[in-house]
Design a protein around this ligand. Structure first.
Ligand SMILES: [Zn+2]
Length: 244
């Protein structure tokens, strides 16, 4: 793990699960950066599937995570990488879940799902170029939750991840995620306490809605994105024995 990761909490969690007797573990990493550290840690372990959805390493640190990275000689097929093009947007993430993450994990058949739920693909994040919006997060969390229920009887470990605009996606997206896990209904607007906390932290216009945006990303100039997303998904599916 490079970048801002000091301790590889995801690998620690997986090793801890193995120490508890869990045999097969599927790890899903939605952080905009490739999950290189965790993939590398379990590269040759056929009982840990790592699936990373990220901005392509052609454009973003750590410059890895291409479809041909499929696992070591003792564990071919245990790594799945979807390298999305910049400016891919919400639809690409919905497709990533439906066409790569869900079928790969279901085919693997894990006992536990571990997910790294970085939100640094949001369009306001300063470190990436993916242009997702708040509207995609309820869909992502619901899809992961349903996957945990269907693939491993609800056994699901959730970790946060990247997110570098504290006034936007991280607090709201992760609160929605925790509420989803706990089965708690959210109030219609953000609590007053959040508005004050955000204001004190220097957020000039704290969001008051769970999925509201100060501004929306402009995807009008990226007409090639859909084709590039098609190509990325096709390459990942072709490379993975789980998705063939
Ligand atoms: Zn990241």
């Amino acid at each position: 793990m490079n970048g801002f990761g000091v301790y590889n909490d995801t690998a620690v969690a997986i090793v801890a699960l193995k120490g508890c007797g869990v045999r097969r573990i599927a790890y899903v990493d939605l952080d905009v950066h490739h999950g290189d550290g965790t993939q590398g840690f379990f590269w040759n372990d056929p009982e840990v599937l790592t699936v990373s959805v990220h901005e392509s390493g052609r454009y973003l640190f750590p410059n890895s995570g291409f479809p041909d990275e499929i696992g070591g000689p003792d564990a071919p097929g245990s790594a799945v990488n979807l390298a999305l093009p910049p400016e891919a947007g919400d639809d690409a993430y919905r497709r990533a879940m439906a066409e790569v993450v869900l079928p790969a994990v279901q085919a693997f058949g894990p006992d536990v799902l571990v997910s790294q739920c970085g939100v640094d693909h949001h369009h306001a994040d300063p470190l990436s170029h993916m242009r997702t919006t708040m509207a995609v997060y309820p869909h992502l969390w619901e899809a992961l939750s349903a996957l945990a229920d269907e693939a491993c009887d609800g056994r699901w470990v959730v970790l946060a991840g990247g997110g570098y605009d504290p006034c936007n996606a991280p607090p709201r997206a992760w609160a929605m995620l925790m509420a989803r896990m706990a089965g708690v209904d959210l109030p219609p607007s953000m609590p007053d306490s959040w508005v004050q906390i955000a204001a004190d932290a220097g957020c000039r216009h704290p969001a008051t809605g769970w999925t509201s945006e100060d501004r929306l990303p402009d995807l009008s100039a990226t007409s090639g994105t859909t084709r590039a997303v098609d190509d990325a998904i096709t390459a990942t599916r072709a490379a993975s024995a789980l998705l063939g």
